[in-house]
Design a protein around this ligand. Structure first.
Ligand SMILES: [Zn+2]
Length: 236
């Protein structure tokens, strides 16, 4: 099934805002306030799409779908940033929580088959496997009508049943990527982000912007609200 990329781009939405080529990536937030713009996607817009979910399941049997611009954009959200994400796919919804903004975001299910095709191919997953753990990347992704983008090594966990597919993406350090034992499935990204307060303005190690409050990831890293990159206090 080939999804016309122009059609997909017109239908794909980011919290209710149509995602076009000119839309910028979401802005990270240290306050937990939504800065992604627009109103939340209405529930009525999240329509059941059994056909796309059936296609998503077929990727586990080895079927592959080409990456179009709309699917590439969602996949970039999933893989590009080190904070990772939790994605849940069923016939009713394609929902993602991102490590830098752990509210729930819904995407059109028609993007799922191409996204899964890429993830499974990158993971080298054999056909018929319903549980996949792999380190993927670094890689550069190309799709028609969407700029190429790259991502650093990521650990992915995928678990599928006949009614749902769950994907977790986390940053993979060189040490963790070379470990022989697969790590346990990480805890889900929390809906309520935690923060670390500083008594005086503290500069980001990457961009030097100071802040009194930083997003605190469960692996201990702090996320800069200005540049969106993460760092550890032990590196300060
Ligand atoms: Zn920064």
């Amino acid at each position: 099934m080939w999804v016309d990329s122009a059609t997909t781009a017109g239908r794909l939405r980011w919290r209710g805002v149509a995602v076009g080529a000119k839309n910028s990536r979401p802005i990270p937030s240290v306050t937990g306030e939504c800065e992604l713009g627009g109103q939340a996607m209405r529930n009525s817009e999240a329509e059941k799409d059994s056909e796309s979910f059936a296609a998503a399941l077929r990727t586990l049997e080895g079927q592959r779908y080409p990456l179009d611009g709309g699917a590439s954009k969602v996949l970039r959200f999933m893989l590009e940033r080190p904070e990772g994400c939790d994605a849940d796919i069923s016939a009713d919804r394609f929902e993602i929580r991102f490590g830098w903004h752990p509210a729930r975001h819904r995407y059109y299910l028609r993007t799922a088959p191409a996204i899964l095709s890429q993830v499974l191919t990158l993971a080298g997953a054999p056909s018929g496997q319903r549980r996949v753990h792999a380190t993927i990347g670094p890689a550069t992704m190309h799709a028609a009508q969407f700029p190429a983008w790259s991502f650093a090594p990521r650990r992915i966990w995928l678990e599928a049943s006949l009614s749902s597919i769950a994907i977790q993406v986390r940053n993979a350090s060189e040490a963790s990527a070379s470990a022989t034992e697969p790590p346990p499935i990480p805890p889900p990204i929390e809906l309520a982000p935690s923060f670390l307060d500083f008594p005086s303005p503290f500069p980001c190690l990457h961009c030097s912007t100071t802040a009194l409050k930083y997003r605190h990831l469960h692996d201990g890293a702090l996320v800069c609200g200005a540049c969106g990159r993460s760092f550890r206090l032990s590196d300060a």
